[in-house]
Design a protein around this ligand. Sequence first.
Ligand code: ADP
Ligand code: MG
Length: 249
Amino acid sequence: RQHIGKIKTGCIEFNEMMGGGIESQSITEIYGEFGSGKTQVAHQLAVNVQLSAEQGGLDGSVIIIDTENTFRPDRIQQMVEGKANELGIELDYEEFLKNIHVARAFNSNHQILLVDSAMDLANELKDSDKPVRLLIVDSLTAHFRAEYIGRGTLADRQQKLNKHLHGLQRFANLNNAAVLVTNQVMSKPDAFFGDPTKPIGGHILGHTATFRLYIRKSKGDKRIVKLVDSPNLPEGEAVLSVTRDGIVD
Ligand code: ADP
Ligand code: MG
């Protein structure tokens, strides 16, 4: 078994709550309402994973399975500039963009197939200077939620999602990579979609995702992130800010 790596988030309190950072060989789920900051955290980790260990990264590259077309290269540029200022060094955002491999997923079947493609790419990069150390699925559940509507299909949806999560766990183990998945929840019950106030995948995701984080808006650019479930860490809360520079204290 390889040494577990940790990717720093940019926020000290958040790192401490996570026992240092987002772990490799595990799936971390971040769930919250629209606009709560899930995609911002994903972008920040895509930058930070590329940094050296001393700088809080894993010297790795990242694969993003983007299901909602929310990946923004401009945002990466801002965060790299923020990181360069923080560390007092020069960083080239174009180098960072080269190590972010983005694949759009057009439906849930495609999304599942892209994990196989991610595995192929990770194998290709295994002995390079930037092995894949992070796989992001943003959003894990949007396609599943849209495609499986109504009670009759819930069991099918869970089964397929479960299989998908096992593929992701396998990716994490074989590549000593962290896996981050996002999951949107809604503030109010919605008659059409069933029970969207609870994260979909509920029970099964609860047992598969090793770390579960709930993120919610607070005052201004502040966000509160709560560790809801972990195999080895106590529950806790951390306050972070989402700024132009990215995720900060
Ligand atoms: P979701 O949880 O739906 O994925 P996002 O991660 O996309 O939400 O968060 C969107 C929020 O992030 C915006 O409402 C804004 O508060 C913040 N944000 C996005 N881009 C920037 C930026 N360049 N500077 C500061 N805050 C930003
Ligand atoms: Mg998002």
